[in-house]
Write a protein that binds this ligand. Structure first.
Ligand code: PEP
Length: 259
C-alpha cells in the first residue's frame, strides 16, 4: 500500500509569528501513519526546521533553482534547501508556470536538480478550465509528465511524487469531484506504467485544489488518490490538523478492512 501524504503549501504567506502559532500544535498532534510535509516560504525554512526538529513532520521547499550555484540573483539552490533540512521540493506548481513562465523544459531541469540532490521532487501538473472545457486535460497533463519521462527516464520518478492540481480548482473553492480527480490520477498512473510499472505502482499521486478537512476523506477514498497538496486550508491550524486527521482515519479504516 502506498503511504498517504499530506503536503502543506503556504505559498507566499506567513511570518515568524505565524510559524510559532501553526507549527507547535501540528507537532503535538499525532497523525501517524500519514506523512505530513510543510512547505513554508524560503525565508522561514530555517525557523520551520527548528520548530519541526525531532518530529515526524518533514520540511519542503516550494521551489528551487535548476542551477547549483553562481550568478543567479534571487535564486535558491537545491543544495541550500537541503542544508536547511528540506526533504521535498515542489516543482512546476501552476503558479510558477503561470506567473513566472516556467516551461515544461525548465520544470524538467529543476526536477533533475532536485532528484540528483537526493530530495523528493513533487511534480505539479494540471490543466486550466479552458483546457478542460476543450477536452484537453489528457493532452496537457500527459505532456507535463512526458517532459520528465523524456528528459530523465522513468527511474527519475522512482522517488518522486506527482500532484494533480487542476488550475481551476486552486484557491477557488471548486474542488474537483473525487471521480474527476480519480480519472486523471488513473490516467497518469497508467501512462507512467507503460514506461515502468513498478515506478507507477509505488508513486504517490496527490490531489490539490481547494482540499480541506471536509472533502479530503472522499478524495482519499479513491484508489489512485494517495494524499493532498493543501494550500489555503494549511494556513489555519485547526483546519489543517483536521485535514491530516481525516486522512489518518481513512487510512486506518482501509487497513482494518484488509484481509
Ligand atoms: C496549492 O497551492 O497547491 C493549492 C492546492 O492551493 P489551495 O488548496 O488553496 O487550492
Amino acid at each position: 500500500m502506498r503511504q498517504k501524504l499530506i503536503i502543506a503549501n503556504w505559498k507566499m504567506n506567513g511570518s515568524t509569528v505565524l510559524l510559532e502559532r501553526l507549527l507547535p500544535p501540528l507537532v503535538r498532534t499525532s497523525v501517524k501513519p500519514v506523512q505530513v510535509v510543510v512547505c513554508p516560504p524560503m525565508a522561514y525554512l530555517a525557523q520551520a526546521g527548528a520548530l519541526l526538529a525531532g518530529s515526524r513532520i518533514m520540511l519542503g521547499a516550494q521551489n528551487a533553482s535548476e542551477h547549483n550555484s553562481g550568478a543567479y540573483t534571487g535564486e535558491t539552490s537545491v543544495t541550500m534547501v537541503k542544508e536547511l533540512g528540506c526533504k521535498y521540493v515542489l516543482v512546476g506548481h501552476s503558479e510558477r508556470r503561470h506567473h513566472y513562465g516556467e516551461t515544461d523544459d525548465l520544470v524538467a531541469d529543476k526536477f533533475a536538480s532536485i532528484y540528483k540532490a537526493g530530495l523528493v521532487p513533487v511534480l505539479c501538473i494540471g490543466e486550466t478550465e479552458a483546457e478542460r472545457d476543450a477536452n484537453k486535460t489528457r493532452e496537457v497533463v500527459l505532456r507535463q509528465v512526458d517532459a520528465i519521462l523524456e528528459k530523465l527516464g522513468p527511474c527519475a520518478l522512482f522517488n518522486a511524487v506527482v500532484a494533480y492540481e487542476p488550475r481551476w480548482a486552486i484557491g477557488t473553492g471548486n474542488t474537483a469531484t473525487p471521480e474527476q480527480a480519480q480519472s486523471v490520477h488513473q490516467m497518469v498512473r497508467e501512462h507512467i506504467s507503460e514506461a515502468d510499472p513498478i515506478v507507477a505502482r509505488h508513486m504517490p499521486i496527490l490531489y490539490g485544489g481547494s482540499v480541506n478537512a471536509d472533502n479530503i476523506a472522499d478524495l482519499l477514498a479513491m484508489p489512485d488518490i494517495d494524499g493532498g497538496l493543501v494550500g489555503g486550508a494549511s494556513l489555519e491550524s485547526e483546519e489543517f490538523i483536521d485535514t491530516c486527521r481525516a486522512a489518518r482515519l481513512l487510512r486506518n479504516s482501509m487497513e482494518e478492512s484488509l484481509p
